[in-house]
Design a protein around this ligand. Structure first.
Ligand code: XMP
Length: 317
């Protein structure tokens, strides 16, 4: 019997007491959990909360600037750090999915650590950890926790020597969304699909180059905007596009083409542990496929992923 209003009131009081006049640093990801954690902390300690939003170069198209503007509009004390080039150069030549994750995790920590050292006398690290993250990282039961090394929990090193504050660690996702609504956060932001920390890197099969990132951002944007304009976005739990490491033959005018294949994925799920592929309308798939091939240079074929989890996972890597 969870009441978001009571939670907010109680937690703000608790945070004020616990944190006093201390400075707190928090990494924003653009996702629901870190955003709700930030707004809650902002309510409790205001300008003593220092938010850092890192562009790893693997976000969705225009996402870094859009989300940063949105955060500023919410009155958060936020610094955007554009480290895209650094991430992409460290990732160059890496094809193995776990090595991609580890590289991104490491570079993120380096960037975040550098940034937090610029904040004088910071005492706390705030995280948007929620209850399922706690369970998954303690018992390491979930298939995704054992099969893929998620880096959002416990990923920050001891040498940062910060005390940890996690105001959402007893909440489930739907409760976090309700708290966010109570705090007046834009419903569109609260309704955002989950997006993996390693971002588009694990949706580019094989090695990552800036050109591939741009192709995938463009494809993903056509797909996601299409879902929104057809009223399908909120009916889907998660959706995205995958850039495959193969070329296929096509024809354009009287020219033979030999270009990239992309896969579209849309799933229904409650917690990501199991998932069913969504029966998107054929008319929608037809329109989106045409739009992608017409608008995105370098892509001549679109396929739709009709595998459920298990045995397939949601991400392809
Ligand atoms: P899978 O692919 O394991 O994904 O079925 C389940 C959910 O987890 C997300 N995912 C990740 N999230 N870091 C993250 O923060 C990761 O390394 C990672 N791998 C998968 C995935 O997007 C889906 O929501």
């Amino acid at each position: 019997n969870f009441t978001p209003n009571a939670f907010v009131e109680e937690m703000v009081g608790e945070l004020k007491e616990k944190l006093g006049n201390d400075k707190v640093v928090l990494g924003l990801s653009g996702g629901v959990d870190s955003t709700v954690a930030a707004v809650l902390l902002n309510k409790a300690i205001g300008k003593n909360l220092y938010c850092i939003f890192v562009n790893n170069g693997l976000l969705r198209k225009n996402e870094f600037q859009n989300v940063l503007d949105q955060y500023k509009g919410m009155g958060l004390n936020v610094k955007g750090v554009d480290a895209g080039d650094r991430f992409l150069s460290e990732l160059a030549g890496i094809s193995d999915p776990e090595t991609k994750r580890k590289t991104i995790g490491r570079v993120f920590i380096e960037v975040f650590d550098d940034e937090s050292h610029l904040i004088e006398d910071v005492k706390w690290l705030a995280q948007g950890t929620i209850y399922p993250d706690v369970i998954e990282s303690v018992s390491v039961k979930g298939p995704s926790a054992t099969i893929k090394s998620h880096h959002n929990v416990g990923g920050l090193p001891d040498y940062m020597k910060l005390k940890i504050v996690e105001p959402l660690r007893m909440l489930f996702k739907d409760e976090v969304r309700r708290v966010g609504a109570t705090l007046g956060i834009d419903p569109e932001l609260l309704g955002r699909h989950p997006f993996p920390g390693p971002g588009l890197s694990i949706r580019i099969l094989g090695d990552i180059t800036p050109e591939k990132v741009q192709i995938l951002q463009d494809v993903d944007s056509v797909f996601i905007e299409g879902l929104k304009s057809w009223g399908l976005y909120d009916k889907v739990w998660q959706a995205g596009a995958i850039l495959l490491p193969v070329n296929s033959v096509g024809v354009m005018g009287d020219e033979r083409t030999y270009e990239k294949v992309v896969a579209l994925r849309a799933v229904e799920s409650t917690d990501g542990m199991t998932a069913d592929w969504v029966h998107l309308p054929y008319d929608f798939l037809m329109k989106v496929s045409n739009d992608i091939i017409n608008k995105v240079k370098g892509v001549n074929r679109v396929v739709y992923d009709i595998s459920s989890k298990p045995p397939a996972t949601i991400e392809w890597e």
